[in-house]
Design a binder for this molecule. Sequence first.
Ligand SMILES: [Zn+2]
Length: 688
Amino acid sequence: MAKERGINAIKEKVLSKKYLVTSGLPYANGKLHIGHVAGAYLPADIFVRFRKLKEDDVIYICGTDEHGAPISIKAEAEGIEPQKLVQHYHNSIKNSFDGIGIQFDNFSGTARPEHVKLSQKFFLNLLERGFIKQKTTEQFFDEKHKRFLPDRYVEGICPYCKAEDARGDQCDSCGKLLNPTDLIKPKSKISGATPVLKETTHWYLELPKFENKLRKWLQTKTDWKENVYNFIMSWLNEGLIERAISRDIDWGVPIPLENAAGKVLYVWFDAPIGYISATMEWAKNIGEPEKWKDYWLDENTRLIHFIGKDNIPFHTIIWPAMLMEQDEDYVLPTDVPANEYLNLEGRKMSTSKNWTVWVDDFLEDFDGEYLRYYLAAIAPETKDSDFSWKDFQNKINNDLANILGNLANRVFSFTKKYYDSKIPKPQKLCNNSKILLEETDELLLEIEKAYENYQVRKAVRLIVDMGRLGNRYFDENRPWKAVKQDKDSAAETLYICSELLRRISIVFSPVLPKKMKMLRQMLNLKTDFTIKDLSNQLGDIQIGEISPLFPKIDDKKVRKQLDKLAVAAQQANPKPQIEHKPQVEFADFEKLEIRVVKVIEAEKIKKSNKLLKLKIDIGGEERTVVSGISKFYKPEDIMGKKVAMVLNVKPRKIMGINSEAMILAAKTDDKMKIVVPEGDIDSGSEIS
Ligand SMILES: [Zn+2]
């Protein structure tokens, strides 16, 4: 038994070396923002870089999602061809990825003819095998524009969470998938009018037919992230229903049937097929057109889809179902490590309200690797997390500049100053040095494990801990003192810290590839390396050109970002317009008797937390008033004050007391201030 397990373990190891990694395809209808990066791209890029470091066979495939209603809506609004819009955003997104070092083996797009052909093949295979059926239903129609309104062309109130801005395909607030007809108070996105229902024909993927197969397959996925697994199970347990996979728009993959003029595939049907068509393109690009099969048609491939949580149902239920019934024997997803959402300054991100950080804007002010570090340090792996500019500044300045940058800087400048940049490898190490190296050996194992399990947050925390250990060791050994008495001992301190930095340069490279390359150049080390180099040790040290590794971020730069957000908030929530009352005749105003009165008694009314009973003096005459100001004024606050009151509103009985006047007060939702004359004036004076 034990022997068999050993063999299986070896087999597992051999088999697990081929990875096909994808990230959810970004829509080519807008720029890239930090929410995208934190959810689906940075975690994937770090994972791929880690796999490459381990010398695994891994390719990283992505591209823009170029079909669908969001794109045709935007192109229509801008009066350009969808193809042009798509090209523009494809380039913009690609540039942003380049700027933050997201390195794909191929970054393709779904508007290519090869993709169209493959998507049609997927459709036909499912149709022939009896998993797609045709159905005539009623659908929303915009009478003004004489066209059907699929998905996002309709907006309204979510029937589940009552969010007001739910779209016809999904509610962003609660994540539920919707049909346009589910929406409460639906509105056409084109005309704003209430749409009418009209008959149309569509094709449906019969998901219930996959239920048993999917359940069986998903039951083997207990090692998936808990948030993902729970999401899928609740979806499955609600029962699968058939889903329309065609749309009445003219931008998309045409349904390859004779009776389907003007119908295209639903974008969420064709988008994941982009993972395959983009791999085919990659194979062609490297001159081995059949090579895509090594990944997609080999059961030993570990297919890993990195996505944001809104994409979980598509990648774990609909997409695997589509893959299961094809002529080719495609691999199914091995893992779908979806992330939760990233918020911004405590609020949900919103591109329409400009409440986000666009990657190209970020790159104007900061190094792209600072974004990589910060998003890794706060990665929304198990729950939503929050991007805050102050915290960004703190983490960069503390973790990177004060801990790791400081360690490198002090070690290198010391070596330069006292040892002419050269330190020979010590013959023997003292106990302290040995202990430090052993401690970091343990950390290195933990860091590797964290990367394997998609725990980027943990990995970077442990790497910063390594830097802390190095600084503590440096301080304890006081090389600035030792250099005067025992030059060899001080040299050993510098050597050991350099060795620590060398190790960091390897394990931190998946997160900060550029910075770690810089660090290695300062250490005069080769810039191509693998995880195996961890078991080597530095030879003689020859420090190269040194420069600050992590320049600090000053307050001014952070202020600038916060100011930008303040503008966005201002524009998104302008002060509500005051609704004015109709005009009245002056004579009507004159009918009111408003006077300054003096409060001569004030007490709380029992059984009411709103009301005060006041006795007022009007130039010698006394009256009783019940006033709803107790939430804002205690009896002693108002006692003896001269205030404004309307005296000729007909008396009202409140809590059994006759109230013979009405106090004037200014009110907002959460505040109330009584009106008082600006200076002293006799009680009874008329206000007009
Ligand atoms: Zn909702």
